[in-house]
Design a protein around this ligand. Structure first.
Ligand code: PAF
Length: 280
């Protein structure tokens, strides 16, 4: 396994591999790897010759009062996990190489990215799209794998790839959860033991929504108000949004259909967690 920090060096190396007809697989991350990331790496590994993992905490996707400064890091553990998952190249650039002082070009998806997390975190998806476009240009992957916990992000990346005619296949992996249902996230590390138990309410609310739908309830407002009751009952969670949406456009729905999606963002203490599920 090689670790490369210089984008030009990585670009050259990948071009050489592509000339040998090697398939390049890519998993972009911000590090502090957990089992959800490992699932992404395994999916990519099974479909490529050269597997590239990037570890870069991207400052442009964090808002002014968000957690950029305290985002968890453990590069030694990440390297060990990457080695174990048979990653070929870890791309670990510095902020200065990714965003030199004169950096001035950004990319913005103008439709899906304005909804939900995009509305609550202005500029977030512009930062995500910009860094992912840069990473795609450096790594030149044939396939790239993203997690469905950030479902909105995965749709925005797909849209960017389509709009810009990029020859990259985007794959997604289902959410990986702890045994008790908590969706894996690097941000779970911020939770105190009490907050961690409170965080289980997200999955409980999503399960409730699926169950109501399964039993024939179709009105989004009814399902949302039941979810609100569950989330607010413990007096430990603050709802950022609950959205009942079309799975492809993320437009809100009043009457739900099979395969629509429920998206959730909830503050547990100061930690903002997201989760989602597709209706049966
Ligand atoms: O999902 C993430 O970890 C980040 O948003 C990504 C895609 C690596 C871009 O910084």
């Amino acid at each position: 396994m090689q670790t490369i920090a210089d984008p030009n060096r990585l670009q050259k190396l990948i071009l050489d591999e592509k000339q040998k007809n090697k398939i390049i697989g890519f998993v972009p991350t911000m590090g502090y790897l957990h089992k959800g990331h490992l699932q992404l790496l395994r999916t990519a590994r099974s479909q490529c010759d050269i597997l590239v993992l990037s570890i870069f905490v991207n400052p442009t996707q964090f808002g002014k009062n968000e957690d950029l400064g305290r985002y968890p890091k453990n590069i030694d553990a990440d390297m060990e996990l990457a080695e174990r998952e048979k990653v070929d190249i870890v791309f670990f650039p510095s902020t200065k190489t990714m965003y030199p002082d004169n950096f001035s070009t950004y990319v913005e998806e103008k439709s899906i990215s304005k909804l939900w997390c995009g509305a609550k975190r202005p500029g977030h998806f512009k930062g995500v799209a910009t860094v992912v476009l840069k990473l795609f240009n450096i790594v030149q992957p044939d396939i790239a794998v993203f997690g469905e916990k950030d479902y909105q992000q995965s749709l925005i990346i797909r849209k960017m790839v389509k709009d810009f005619n990029m020859p990259i296949e985007i794959l997604t992996c289902p959410i990986v959860r702890e045994n008790d249902g908590l969706a894996l996230s690097s941000r779970n590390t911020y939770l105190s033991p009490e907050e961690r138990s409170c965080a289980l309410l997200l999955k409980k609310a999503l399960d409730y929504a699926c169950d109501r739908f399964y039993k024939g309830v179709r009105e989004a407002d009814l399902i949302k108000s039941g979810m609100e009751n569950i989330l607010l009952n413990g007096n430990c969670a603050r709802i950022d949004y609950i959205a009942c949406v079309n799975n492809d456009t993320l437009e809100p729905k009043k009457i739900l259909d099979s395969a629509d999606r429920i998206l959730l963002a909830v503050y547990i203490g100061k930690t903002r967690l997201i989760d989602n599920c597709q209706l049966p």
